[in-house]
Design a protein around this ligand. Structure first.
Ligand SMILES: CC(C)(COP(=O)(O)OP(=O)(O)OC[C@H]1O[C@@H](n2cnc3c(N)ncnc32)[C@H](O)[C@@H]1OP(=O)(O)O)[C@@H](O)C(=O)NCCC(=O)NCCS
Length: 214
């Protein structure tokens, strides 16, 4: 398992994972937690081929901002190798979404963190063959719960291209409110694209919090 180790301060909330630089005497790993059908766990280099196969599908990449297409050889391993440092520095938490029954990689999910504002931004992609089975909603619900409880976030936002109603629906099912339309906010494949902005406050969140594996 990929492990980020740094020294942290003991918190009153045993589930809390304090921010690097403020903490002493505590070892931190990327978290693993289960949902009814899925396990959200750190990626390992053994996942690289499955990432390349799933993220390499044009339909998967097309509505993301940063998944390249075609997916370059070696890019998956390079990406996975960044996850531990990114979490240790509190800039990003990225987890594999794995089918608990089969062990198959269903997708990837992340929270990009802005600790100064106690804010996170959710992102995800799911392997094409699993679309429409509720996997993105299940994984997003879990990582949002983790963000509000273990990471101490007060606001989690999500953005999706305006022509991606499936992703907008996932954000709504997680409980997010649509907060706006950002016109020509991003550029993908040479086109300027409108983006829907969603947000959820911890005060509005109705749980549940995922149980993190020891
Ligand atoms: C967006 C994505 C993650 C959704 O994954 P998923 O596992 O199929 O999502 P879920 O099954 O949890 O939920 C999808 C919801 O969107 C709905 N949906 C899907 N396509 C839709 C469409 N064209 N119009 C309206 N609703 C749509 C589904 O009906 C479902 O809602 P419901 O449960 O109320 O019926 C997946 O399509 C994907 O990986 N796309 C490519 C990458 C991407 O766009 N990532 C998000 C970037 S913001």
């Amino acid at each position: 398992m990929v492990v980020a180790e740094f020294v942290t301060r003991r918190s009153r909330d045993r589930n809390a994972i304090p921010v690097a630089g403020r903490c002493y005497g505590w070892r931190v790993t990327l978290p693993t937690f289960d949902t009814p059908r899925l396990c959200l766990r750190p990626f390992t280099l053994a996942d690289a081929d499955a990432v390349t196969a799933a993220a390499g599908v044009r339909e998967v990449a097309a509505t993301t901002l940063y998944v390249p297409h075609p997916y370059p050889p070696g890019a998956a391993a390079e990406w996975i190798a960044t996850h531990a440092d990114a979490f240790a520095q509190r800039s990003e938490l990225t987890l594999a979404v794995v089918d608990r029954a089969s062990g198959a990689l269903r997708g990837a999910i992340n929270l990009v963190l802005t600790p100064m504002f106690d804010r996170g931004e959710i992102g995800y992609w799911m392997a094409r063959e699993g679309w429409g089975q509720g996997f993105a909603t299940e994984a997003a619900t879990a990582i949002v719960g983790f963000g509000f409880t273990a990471l101490g976030l007060v606001r989690i936002v999500g953005h999706c291209m305006a022509h991606n109603p499936g992703s907008a629906r996932v954000l709504e099912k997680v409980g997010m409110q649509r907060e706006g339309l950002l016109r020509q906010h991003v550029k993908r494949d040479g086109r300027h694209i409108d983006v829907l902005a969603y947000g959820l406050l911890r005060a509005e969140w109705r749980g549940p919090a995922p149980t993190v594996r020891a």
